[in-house]
Ligand binder design. Structure first.
Ligand SMILES: *Cc1c(COP(=O)(O)O)cnc(C)c1O
Length: 430
């Protein structure tokens, strides 16, 4: 059995340990929710304050040029590109994940309509993050397409000659299950469909190789593992073979080839820049850059490959300790055990009280989160259970914290503390 002393030794030997100093973490907090909102980079307050007081306060409108505001979507896009197997100039940081998905899905449908107009179906997973499904539903209503929802093991059989686009999230937000991006993309292409990936739980969490996989489109989130702050801009990647084939649907002036010519006719910018729409949230982009810089600081230490190795060591330890020390309390691992099949989180299902257990842990400064199950049945299966979700950001989580988090979980379960009424009141954000 791994002891607290063993965990301290692992931290002492960890070459990534010093990266924790790049963050401001409240003392005593064990933060296992970086998959939902990343921790604040220590550089962010001063950097954002300088953007407010100097760039905005003194530079005023000159800062669009002098402070480089105008080029921030591309500058940050290039930093993100280095984390996801994209090339410089192929990514922009902008808008939200939902809005970016609307843009790329719309472009993908335009391409499909031209190349294979008989294909009228978008396939996705029933357990995808709902906003992705809602955006697809909106596009289907607009254009008379059909959204077909499947279970992960049904992908190959679902790829019929009717399918225009396969739209998947690489790492599932509830279970942490990860698709084989290369194999799934190849299957989609072999079946004549385009592949759209959502990297919300992958970018900054696991190595991603969009070019290696030959993917067509990708979007992802700025405030999760990229540590960009609440509501941080998201990102969008389009393979160069598609980038200039169609307009994106939100053809605003920031995506114009020459916005400051103010011509009445839209002329799309070359490459991915046409995926910009309107004026960007500069203060939010400034904070996002601080988050991206924490990941780039890991590059001399082995980058995403080293972070991945540590993330797997942390989640392996968490799973082993929960199974050893919390046995007999009805917890079951929902996340797949094989390394190649999971992201940087561990999810546990629980016979009862999942929400209250998470609340009791939060009261002890161990912050994870709860995701409600889906009581409906799909494909004849039982509905999915309530989940306790723990995200592990290897930039700032250490092995001793994993040990302590499991110790708190054990105490919460053994003392039945979670049954207290205050832990059973649901709040608006869970
Ligand atoms: C977090 C997440 C989003 C978030 O979308 P927003 O538009 O930023 O609210 C979208 N899709 C997936 C798969 C996510 O995990």
């Amino acid at each position: 059995m791994t002891t607290l002393q063993d965990c301290r030794a692992l931290d002492a030997q960890d070459p990534l340990r010093k990266l924790r100093d790049l963050f401001t973490i409240p003392p005593g907090v064990i933060y296992l929710d970086g998959n939902s909102l990343g921790v604040m980079p220590a550089a962010a307050p001063a950097r954002v304050a300088a953007a407010v007081t100097q760039e905005w306060g003194e530079g005023l409108i000159r800062s669009w040029n002098s402070a480089g505001w105008f080029g921030l979507p591309q500058k940050l896009g290039n930093k993100i590109a280095s984390l996801i197997g994209a090339r410089p100039g192929e990514v922009v940081a902008t808008d939200s994940t939902s809005v970016n998905l609307y843009k790329v899905l719309s472009a993908a449908l335009n391409i499909a309509a031209q190349d294979a107009p008989q294909r009228r179906v978008i396939v996705s997973e029933r357990s995808n993050f709902p906003t992705d499904l809602y955006i697809a539903q909106a596009l289907c209503r607009e254009r008379g397409y059909q959204l077909q929802l499947i279970e992960p093991e049904e992908i190959n059989t679902a790829l019929t000659p009717d399918v225009a686009v396969l739209m998947l999230t690489h790492v599932n937000y509830r279970t942490g299950a990860m698709h084989d991006m290369g194999a799934v993309t190849a299957a989609a292409h072999a079946a004549g469909a385009l592949m759209v990936w959502d990297l919300a739980h992958s970018a900054g969490a696991v190595p991603v190789d969009l070019h290696g996989a030959g993917a067509d489109f990708a979007v992802g989130c700025g405030y999760k593992y990229l540590n960009g702050g609440p509501g941080a801009p998201a990102f969008v990647w389009v393979h160069p073979r598609h980038a200039e084939r169609f307009w994106q649907p939100l053809a605003g002036w920031w995506g114009h080839a020459a916005p400051f010519e103010f011509t009445p006719e839209y002329r799309p910018a070359p490459g991915v820049a046409r995926y910009l729409c309107g004026t960007q949230p500069i203060l939010s982009l400034t904070a996002l850059e601080c988050g991206l810089d924490t990941l780039l600081a890991a590059q001399p230490l082995g980058g995403m490959a080293a972070l991945r190795q540590k993330s797997l060591a942390l989640t392996d330890l968490f799973i082993a300790l929960v199974e050893e020390r919390c046995a007999g309390h009805g917890l079951t691992l929902v996340t797949p055990r094989p390394h190649a099949q999971r992201g940087s989180q561990a999810s546990l299902s629980c016979q009862s009280g999942a929400y209250a257990i998470v609340q009791a842990l939060i009261a002890r400064n161990v912050i994870g989160d709860f995701r409600a199950g889906d009581p409906s049945t799909s494909s004849g299966r039982a509905g999915s259970p309530d989940i306790l979700r723990f995200g592990f950001t290897p930039l700032y989580i250490g092995f001793e914290e994993v040990w302590r988090a499991v110790e708190h979980l054990k105490q919460v379960l053994e003392s039945a503390e979670w049954q207290r009424p205050e832990f059973n009141q649901k709040q608006a954000v869970t």
